[in-house]
Write a protein that binds this ligand. Structure first.
Ligand SMILES: NC(=O)c1ccc[n+]([C@@H]2O[C@H](COP(=O)([O-])OP(=O)(O)OC[C@H]3O[C@@H](n4cnc5c(N)ncnc54)[C@H](OP(=O)(O)O)[C@@H]3O)[C@@H](O)[C@H]2O)c1
Length: 240
């Protein structure tokens, strides 16, 4: 029996991945703030889902919930971090900036660390995090979101390096970098190459099963990533 936790499973990518995991026989702990949505998901397969509602901004609650899950299930094989938030915030409204940083940086770091430390004790485990193509460059409309995603990918790479401290080589870190996926998180104008939730989630799930180090979703975003990495800042400033 394999156990997984999906942080941010009330909707979107996390919800879909939790469903695929249950179909493959996993027991899946689903989290998020909207408890009623988690309960609705559980009704579809009451034995397979475990509901743990909490806000990842509340670090104490997050730690407590994590401890409770580990005491309940004993071993966790897979942890998916899909909780995230982002705003179009051209006026740099502080409430939105702080919300983004507290969720995507502070909350994410706590979850990554809890996962890593658990896997270190267990001697195995797979951490999957949904970062973004946004991690590659800055953006004048959503600075904190783009910066938070850059933080995430660097932190994940650090944990990948750090995984050599875990004997046996059975810890994996997968960084999923979507372009646009059709969920409430698809931000702003100028959206293109939007992948359906179904297509994106299937590609993500395949990458998880293959224990990929990093992957762009959908696949064609690999090309955009390549361009983003070489375009100089002065040109980005002109066109973006
Ligand atoms: N959709 C895209 O185009 C796209 C592109 C690149 C990257 N991504 C990334 O993919 C991840 C998943 O997003 P999505 O597209 O699937 O959108 P989504 O449907 O809005 O999913 C976001 C999930 O995060 C949870 N969440 C947000 N704030 C939280 C908090 N404070 N505490 C606990 N849970 C919280 C939400 O649950 P509650 O609201 O119930 O708490 C929800 O389950 C995000 O990290 C996003 O940045 C998405």
């Amino acid at each position: 029996m394999q156990n997984a936790i999906v942080f941010g499973a009330t909707s979107g990518i996390g919800k879909q991945l939790a469903k695929f995991l249950v179909q493959d026989g996993y027991t899946v702990v689903i989290t998020g703030r909207r408890q009623e949505l988690l309960e609705d998901i559980k009704k579809t397969n009451p034995k397979a889902y475990v509901v743990k509602p909490f806000d990842v901004q509340n670090i104490e609650k997050c730690e407590q919930a994590f401890q409770d899950i580990v005491s309940e299930l004993k071993e966790i094989h897979l942890i998916v971090h899909a909780s995230g938030i982002g705003y179009e915030n051209p006026e740099l409204d502080w409430v939105k900036e702080e919300d983004t940083i507290t969720t995507n940086v502070v909350g994410a770091t706590r979850i990554y660390d809890l996962a890593f430390n658990l896997f270190k004790v267990q001697g195995f485990g797979h951490l999957v995090a949904i970062s973004s193509i946004a991690s590659l460059r800055g953006n004048r409309f959503s600075p904190s979101y783009f910066a938070s995603k850059a933080y995430q990918v660097n932190y994940l790479e650090s944990l990948y390096f750090k995984s050599k401290e875990i004997k046996g080589g059975k810890m994996y870190v997968t960084d999923i970098r979507p372009g646009f996926v059709d969920t409430r998180m698809a931000l702003g104008e100028g959206i293109f190459w939007m992948a359906s939730l179904d297509k994106a989630s299937k590609q993500i799930y395949t990458a998880i099963k293959r224990k990929k180090r990093r992957v762009y979703i959908s696949k064609r975003w690999q090309l955009i990533a390549w361009v983003l990495k070489i375009v100089p800042s002065w040109l980005m400033k002109k066109v973006m």
